[in-house]
Design a protein around this ligand. Structure first.
Ligand code: C2E
Ligand code: CA
Ligand code: CA
Length: 719
């Protein structure tokens, strides 16, 4: 190479613009400068010989390429604005200038292309695009998963390694906030981490670097098996500006799988669960594996080797933790473990696999049916032992437990699948309520597998407002008039059909999708209220109740957001009643009291939902600005039973004494309605009057239940 050529090469490589030499016939890349390759997020060596058109977003056909070439004037160049795609899918806008390569013979054979990054509006300097691409290239070169967050915690960029570790497509990660991430953080024990405690959130909140040595991330079925967990170390470093203000953060995930496997460290540390001294999660799953392998070996001989796995979950343990604190919760777990520990003397292995979840493994070689009977008896025995009244720190508790069962060889022929099957069966038993035992059936599998896909669908549905809000009328018992309604969300899934909120709301709370749902419900209700006000459809003083989940309630800015949404459509806060649960109330009484008084001051009404089912402390009730108590359906449905009647009467008396309005829930019969009227209950809701109704049906219901004087006013047909 001559000196001039060398200089030129150097110059070309230092130009910010990309320089490309292309074969005119098929757009293949003959040469490309360093900067051109960087713009495409790649290296010159990788790009040579590949098709330049495939880097254009959207990709252009060979016909379009020839058309483009035909627009180059005889002398001079032709410039178009196109997207240039990097290997990992980033697209940046560039000005593409095409000129004939006059140095070449014939002139038509080659094309010189210059790609100039268009300055991004948000970037401070003209150099920024170049720096951007460089940054992308650097990120790509790292083995760790790296995401760059802005000061609000939104993912601005993420390298391929990061996307692989969270097992999500880029489009599902970018712009999502670490305060409501599309991936799920799990602890080593398998329970979901509170978002507030995760390193990125803590780093952004405190401005200090944060690290967690061992966190698990779930596979989402993209590159890994759905639900498969991998271990990562998570660290997050805040990025401070020159003025020390928080600009964002760098979130780094390091894959620990290889490390853990090679050192076998995990095995040593974690053979026993620290808290309960039962087997650790790792150890017990390894035992399932070993049992299945042994059974497989034996299956060649005459006897039928069987392995059963029971996944035991304490019902609603979260509310014990939330109400009394985790230290108390830990005591409860130890007490529960003590009750089942001696089963191990019967050659049954027990491990703790989640905060309040246990895995029980049993082997045998009886006939299939009698083995199943043995498994069911064991499940019932576990339930019985757990459900004995428990006294911890002077408090008497009654727990219940749900059990999912799977067995080898009927449900799976390897340990991991067998454990997953028990998990699926447990999920099914939870859906049926508390205190259930459920065996794995293959029809359950499909539902279980779709779990995470459902989560994604759910966020999407909320964002696109594909969830529906139904309204269940609430009737004033004195006047018989409709005094409002409760808004209840419904999800009609395109594939799975209608999914009741009792199934997807708890999941949504765990994954954080609840915020999107809640926003959608509040907006819909506010808009409907505005419409009804205009149509004069509601009776004076009517209110629409919405359900507020704890995660939502505790979010900063929740009250302000709510007020702003109503303000947008000109609806008064007093038309909205917020239903919160006892558990929420007791989580942190002081914070809750403050939040409630904020709401109260703004004019919102608050009601206490499902009253009588949680562990609320009556002594707090009179200090809180509560407008309504809702007597839980479980008491109403059991009216006729002496105990339920006594409780219901006591609740009604209590509320009357405190001057709190009462609503009886789930009224289905005339007898129930009568009992509540006699007890002095103010209003009721239930199938006796109407189920939750879609908006149009609710509007019709309102029209047909208008008090006589008002029914003359003409209302515009909603159809
Ligand atoms: P909830 O707040 O206790 O709502 C009352 C539930 O009782 C509703 O179930 C309603 O359809 C049902 N119900 C009403 N009357 C009767 C009756 O006479 N008999 C019987 N058997 N059931 C009756 P749904 O709609 O399935 O909602 C279940 C739960 O999901 C709700 O319980 C609430 O906790 C939650 N939920 C519903 N919508 C939302 C929402 O928008 N946000 C939040 N955070 N939670 C919601
Ligand atoms: Ca409710
Ligand atoms: Ca309720």
């Amino acid at each position: 190479m001559s000196e001039a050529e060398e200089l030129l090469a150097l110059l070309v490589d230092h130009l910010q613009d990309g320089v490309w030499l292309l074969d005119a016939s098929d757009a293949s890349i003959i040469e490309v400068s360093q900067s051109g390759a960087l713009q495409a997020g790649s290296h010159p060596g990788t790009l040579l010989g590949t098709n330049f058109c495939s880097l254009i977003e959207p990709e252009i056909s060979s016909e379009a390429w020839q058309l483009l070439l035909s627009q180059i004037p005889a002398t001079g160049s032709h410039t178009v604005s196109v997207g240039l795609r990097s290997e990992i899918g980033f697209v940046q806008l560039v000005d593409l200038t095409l000129t004939r390569d006059y140095a070449c013979e014939p002139v038509q054979a080659r094309v010189l292309a210059i790609t100039r990054s268009q300055p991004l509006a948000t970037l401070p300097s003209a150099q920024a695009p170049q720096v951007e691409t460089l940054l992308d290239a650097t990120l790509e070169a790292l083995a760790e998963g790296v995401a760059i967050l802005d000061h609000l915690g939104r993912v601005e960029r993420a390298n391929t390694a990061f996307l692989e570790l969270v097992d999500l497509q880029q489009s599902l990660v970018l712009d999502h906030s670490v305060f409501d991430p599309p991936w799920i953080w799990q602890s080593l024990q398998g329970d979901f981490l509170e978002i507030e405690g995760t390193p990125p959130v803590m780093a952004l909140r405190t401005g200090e670097p944060q690290r967690l040595d061992h966190v698990q991330l779930r596979g989402n079925g993209l590159n890994r098996v759905l639900g498969e967990l991998i271990s990562v170390e998570v660290s997050c470093e805040p990025l401070l500006g020159a003025d020390q203000s928080l600009r964002g953060a760098v979130l780094v995930l390091s894959d620990l799988t290889a490390l853990l496997q090679s050192v076998g460290r995990r095995e040593q540390i974690e053979a026993t669960d620290q808290l309960t001294s039962l087997r650790s999660r790792h150890h017990i799953t390894a035992q399932v594996d070993a049992a299945v392998r042994a059974a497989e070996r034996n299956s060649t001989s005459s006897d039928d080797s069987r392995v059963g796995v029971l996944h035991v979950d304490l019902d609603d343990f979260r509310s014990v933790n939330d109400t009394f604190g985790t230290a108390f919760g830990d005591e409860v777990l130890i007490a529960v473990a003590d009750r089942i520990r001696d089963l191990t003397e019967r050659h049954i292995e027990i491990g703790r696999v989640g905060v309040d979840e246990f895995l029980v493994v049993i082997t045998g070689n009886d006939a299939s049916l009698s083995f199943d009977t043995r498994l069911r008896r064991l499940a019932e025995e576990l339930q019985r032992r757990i459900e004995q009244p428990l006294v911890v720190e002077g408090l008497e508790l009654r727990l219940t437990a749900s059990v999912g069962i799977s067995r080898y060889p009927a449900n799976a022929r390897d340990g991991a699948t067998l454990v997953r099957a028990a998990d699926t069966a447990l999920a099914a038993s939870r859906r049926e309520g508390r205190h259930q035992v459920r065996f794995f059936e293959s029809s359950l599998d499909k539902r279980g597998r779709t779990g995470l896909a459902l989560d994604r669908d759910l966020r999407l549905a909320a964002a696109q407002r594909n969830l529906q809000v139904y309204y269940q009328p609430i009737i004033d018992l004195q006047s018989g008039a409709v005094s409002g309604a409760e808004a209840l969300v419904r999800w009609n899934h395109p594939e799975h059909g209608p999914i009741p909120p009792s199934i997807f709301i708890p999941d949504a709370e765990a994954t954080g999708a609840i915020s999107a749902i809640s926003d959608m419900v509040v907006t819909t209700v506010a808009e409907d209220l505005a419409r009804w006000n205009e149509q004069n459809l509601l009776n004076a003083g009517s209110r629409i109740a919405i359900n507020i989940s704890a995660t939502e309630f505790e979010q900063r800015g929740f009250v302000q957001r709510l007020a702003a949404t109503l303000d947008n459509v000109g609806v008064l806060p007093s038309q909205l009643e917020l239903e919160i649960t006892e558990t929420l109330l007791m989580r942190d009484v002081e914070v809750t009291a403050q939040r409630l008084s904020d709401l109260h001051e703004l004019g919102f009404l608050v009601s206490l939902d499902d009253f009588g089912t949680g562990y609320s402390s009556l002594s707090h009730l009179h200090m809180l600005p509560l407008h309504t108590l809702k007597v839980d359906r479980c008491f109403v449905s059991e009216l006729g039973d002496g105990r339920s009647e006594t409780i219901t009467r006591a609740i009604l008396n209590l509320a009357q004494g405190l001057g709190i309005h009462t609503v009886g829930e789930g009224v289905e019969t005339e007898e129930q309605r009568r009992f509540l009227i006699d007890g002095g209950c103010d209003s009721v809701q239930g199938f006796f009057y109407a189920p939750p109704l879609p908006r149009l049906a609710f509007e019709k219901f309102m029209q047909s239940h208008k008090p006589v004087a008002a029914s003359a006013t003409s209302t515009r047909s909603a159809l």
